[in-house]
Structures are given as structure tokens and as C-alpha cells.
Write a protein that binds this ligand. Structure first.
Ligand code: PMP
Length: 419
């Protein structure tokens, strides 16, 4: 076990992990890549806000409004510190990763990309890092290109990436960690190469920030997006980190209260960063809850979390790779190391639809996800399957959870496997 990391103690902070499913099985939660569970510290913080200082931010000169404003802005300071991303001025809150990426598409990209320009992304992206660029390309008569993946481990083919950079993309947008394969991309190197070609870089960090040390100064991305709900925080709040000169040079896209400095009948001026991108009353409880989630992650230690998850991943791969008829997508155990694989394992059982796999897992209390995981081009066009089953780990998972998943595979085979 990871030194100073007591998984049983951690599990006690997550009430849902003490519950049982409808047929009396203890819940085994292996779907944290979809959303994470929440510790009492986060749930309690949200309740504390509503009980003690619920008030709109940036409005009142009275005590509880000052408190809610301080807590909300303070949560941005915590987020900035977690990712070494400057200060609250670099942290724009929106609903989720999807909205953060769309915000860049609708603002910076809309204002800087024109006909025949290229947005370069990759073949391993979530729809939220594909569809906004397709929409933008359609509007601007621009083009989306995709860096390919190398086989068999399905990591980004760096030769192809470099070749596509030669086409001179204005924007390069890629995921830090794949939500299907668990591949960790070398974001720093990819950003360096893209910058060398004069591109602006956006990184989708939805699967990275919750699970590993992510450092904005080190990676050097211009924009970086992630979601609170995948990192122990509440849903409905996400983060767009941006470098100040880019944010300063970009006009907001949603107008209204709080995003202005002054308004006259014929004109208005924008508020300072980050508020010019946050029109209207924001998700105050979400921001405050996210701050508590960051506190929790820092208390446990992000590096410890990462080491626990890599141990869990190796343990799972060592069992699943030996199972007959089970195909695993992504890096193999023998090549897995600290820097190339996160706690996400996608697999299929030969001859069985992954939806049936997930249903049988569910009958054993094991929650996994099956489908295209919002990465349809990767799953259907690169992997070449209609769907895959996926288990994903977080700080509260144990080897016993993996054992239950392995037992569920045996049950699938007993019940459904043909041939
Ligand atoms: N990108 C990646 C890599 C993801 O895993 C997800 C969530 N599955 C998203 C983007 C979208 O996140 P959200 O649904 O919170 O907007």
C-alpha cells in the first residue's frame, strides 16, 4: 500500500461507498471517469454555505455577501494553486469541460480563426473536443484535422502529429488523458511543438487534473479545461484556465450583469478578469464546493492519489490480460509506467455486447460504463467496435473492487458467452 495513504480511512469519507445496491450487494464504484463520488467534506461545505452565508456574490456590502464572495473567489485561488496556474484571474468558472472548450470556440477561436484556417486535434478526443471545432469550421469555412494514433497501444502518433503541425494550424486542441484508453499524452511536448509552429494550444484536462499533478507553468498550454464533478466536487461547475494576455485580448460572448465595468445607453466596458467571462449570478455553491474538493485532494496528496491509481491499474491489467476472450484497448501492462497510463481500462469480452457486460456487472453491484464514451470516432472508427466496457479508478478504489470486477467477468462468461 502507498505510504501514508489509508484507503479504508478515505472510504469512510464517502457515504455512498457504504451503501448497497437493490439486490443487497455492496456498491463497487468503477465509473469515476464518468463522475467521481463526493466526500462528506464537500457535501458539508455546500450545506454550510446554504445554512450560514447564502448570498449573491459581488453585490452586497453586508457580512454574508462578503463571505460568499470571499469563499467563491477563494475557491479560484485554490484551483489556481492546485494547477500552478497563476491566480483567480486565470480561472474562469463555467458549467463543465464541455462548456469551457465551447467558450474558447465561441470567443477566442471565433475572433481569430477565419476561412481556410486549420484546427488540429487528435483521433482520441471526447466529443467535447471535436464537435465545437466542427461547428466552428462550418461557420468559418475552416478545417479540422486529426492527428492519428499508432497501433497497437493507440497512443498519439507523434510523427503524424508533427506532420500535421507543418500544415500550420491556428489552434491545436488535444486531451491530456484519454477517457477511453487512459493514455496520458505528453502535453508539455505537444504544446511545445505546437507553439513552435505558432499555434495556440488548448488542452482538455478532464481526466488529468483529478488524478495527477498538473502544472500550467510546466505544460505551457494557453487554455486548459476540466470539470469539478470528476474531481470530488459538485456537478455544474467547470474550469477554463487561460493565460492572461489571451484572456485580456478576447472579447466575452455572454453579456449581462457582473461582466461589465460600466454601461451607458450606447456602449459598455468589460469588467476585469476573470469576471468579464462570467455574466450573471454564477454557480456559487458549485465554486465553493469545488474549493472544498481541492482542499480534500491536497490533504490526501495528488501524487499519492496517482501512485494508488497506477497500482490499482497494474493490478487490474495483470488479472484482465490473462483472461481468455478479454480484449483490452490501450497500453499493455508490460509497457505501463508512471507517465503513460491513467486509471482507465476499456475492454470487451469476445462475443458479448458491452451493454450486457455492464448489466451483469450491475447485478453484482459493480458499476462500470459501456458504450462509445462520447468518443465515437475513436471507438467506432479507430478501435472498430460499436462500444466498449470501461472500468475506471479513483483514490477510494481497492484491490477487492478489482477482484469483484474479475468475478463479474467470470459470471458474464458463464451466462452469455457463446462458442
Ligand atoms: N473530455 C474528457 C476527456 C472527458 O472524459 C469528459 C467527460 N467524460 C469531457 C471532456 C466532458 O466533460 P463534461 O461532461 O464534464 O463536460
Amino acid at each position: 500500500m502507498e505510504q501514508g495513504f489509508d484507503v479504508e480511512e478515505i472510504r469512510r469519507d464517502f457515504p455512498i461507498l457504504q451503501t448497497k445496491t437493490r439486490n443487497g450487494k455492496p456498491l463497487v464504484y468503477l465509473d469515476s471517469a464518468a463522475t467521481s463520488q463526493k466526500p462528506v467534506q464537500v457535501i458539508g461545505k455546500i450545506e454550510e454555505y446554504y445554512r450560514n452565508y447564502n448570498a449573491n456574490i459581488h453585490r452586497g456590502l453586508y457580512e454574508i455577501s462578503v463571505r460568499s464572495t470571499d469563499e467563491y473567489t477563494g475557491s479560484k485561488e485554490k484551483v489556481a494553486r492546485l494547477i500552478n496556474g497563476g491566480s483567480y484571474r486565470n480561472i474562469i468558472y463555467c458549467r463543465n469541460t464541455t462548456e469551457a472548450i465551447n467558450l474558447v470556440a465561441l470567443s477566442w477561436a471565433d475572433q481569430n480563426i477565419s476561412q481556410d484556417d486549420i484546427v488540429l486535434t487528435t483521433q482520441m478526443e471526447h466529443h467535447s473536443n471535436i464537435v465545437p471545432w466542427q461547428m466552428l469550421a462550418k461557420k468559418k469555412k475552416a478545417r479540422v484535422e486529426y492527428a492519428g494514433l499508432s497501433k497497437p497501444n493507440l497512443s498519439i502518433d507523434m510523427e503524424d502529429y508533427k506532420e500535421k503541425l507543418e500544415h500550420g494550424p491556428k489552434l491545436v486542441a488535444f486531451s491530456h488523458v484519454s477517457n477511453v484508453l487512459g493514455t496520458i499524452n505528453d502535453a508539455k511536448e505537444m504544446a511545445r511543438l505546437a507553439h513552435k509552429h505558432g499555434a495556440v494550444v488548448l488542452v482538455d484536462g478532464a481526466q488529468a487534473v483529478p488524478h495527477m499533478k498538473v502544472d500550467m507553468k510546466d505544460i505551457g498550454a494557453d487554455f486548459y479545461a476540466f470539470s469539478s464533478h470528476k474531481m470530488l466536487g459538485p456537478a455544474g461547475i467547470g474550469v477554463l484556465y487561460g493565460k492572461e494576455p489571451l484572456l485580456e485580448g478576447t472579447d466575452p460572448v455572454i453579456g449581462g450583469g457582473d461582466m461589465i465595468r460600466s454601461v451607458r445607453f450606447d456602449s459598455c466596458t468589460w469588467n476585469e478578469l476573470p469576471w468579464k467571462f462570467e455574466a450573471g449570478t454564477p454557480n456559487i455553491e458549485g465554486g465553493i464546493g469545488l474549493g472544498a474538493a481541492v482542499d480534500y485532494i491536497e490533504k490526501v496528496g495528488i501524487e499519492r492519489i496517482r501512485r494508488h491509481e497506477i497500482a490499482m491499474t497494474k493490478y487490474a491489467l495483470s488479472g484482465f490480460e490473462e483472461m481468455e476472450g478479454v480484449e483490452i484497448y490501450g497500453e499493455r501492462l508490460e509497457k505501463v509506467n508512471e507517465s503513460n497510463k491513467a486509471g482507465v481500462i476499456s475492454f470487451n469480452i469476445k462475443g458479448v455486447h458491452p451493454h450486457d457486460v455492464a448489466s451483469i456487472f450491475d447485478s453484482e453491484g459493480v458499476a462500470i460504463r459501456a458504450g462509445h464514451h462520447c468518443a465515437m470516432p475513436l471507438v467506432t472508427q479507430v478501435i472498430g467496435e460499436p462500444a466498449v466496457a470501461r472500468m475506471s479508478f479513483y483514490l477510494y478504489n481497492t484491490e477487492s473492487d478489482v477482484d469483484k470486477a474479475a468475478e463479474a467477468v467470470a459470471k458474464v462468461k458463464r451466462m452469455l458467452k457463446r462458442g
